[in-house]
Design a protein around this ligand. Structure first.
Ligand code: SF4
Length: 160
């Protein structure tokens, strides 16, 4: 070891807390160690204690700190109206009301009480394709919500 490398320390040594977590990107569920200093995430690494991933993360999982800390992360609701050329910011309450109105309208419009004489009570007007950053709990709640609404086309990118 050179004198220079002998003086180097990993950036994780300054962490005041290390939290066990799971990579949010795909269904493999690699285990992570999240290093925190002064309430901020400073590094995310694979957890060697995991029997699934044994300390490894793929490039997506290795870069997942950016999901939390990137300055380009979108933190407002962005909306581009039909035929508009510019995006606008909406407050969350307005956006949720707009989504709810469209869900109710679409469900009514495409509701099937029966198909070929058989009771179906479903809608084919609503489908869901979840992204890989959804975690197990979010996917569970989304499946419950869509099924309760009568939707049957419910999938996640991680299964495709
Ligand atoms: S995205 Fe990569 S690191 Fe994350 S769970 Fe999937 S395989 Fe593991």
């Amino acid at each position: 070891m050179s004198r220079r490398s002998d003086t180097l320390e990993p950036r994780t040594v300054e962490a005041d807390k290390v939290v066990d977590s799971v990579c949010p990107y795909c269904a493999v569920g690699c285990a992570q160690k999240v290093f925190v200093k002064d309430g901020k995430v400073t590094q995310i690494e694979g957890n060697p204690a995991s029997p699934i991933s044994r300390g490894r993360l793929c490039p997506k999982g290795s870069a997942s700190k950016q999901l939390v800390t990137s300055p380009t992360r979108v933190t407002k609701v962005r909306y581009r109206r039909p035929y508009a050329t510019e995006w606008e910011d909406l407050d969350l309450e307005t956006a949720v009301d707009m989504i709810a109105d469209r869900v109710i309208k679409t469900r009514r419009q495409f509701w099937q009480e029966e198909t070929d004489g058989k009771r179906t009570r479903r809608t084919l007007g609503i489908a869901s394709l979840g992204g890989a950053t959804l975690d197990n709990e979010e996917n569970y709640l989304m499946k419950k919500l869509y099924t309760a609404m009568g939707a049957i086309q419910i999938e996640n990118q991680a299964r495709i």
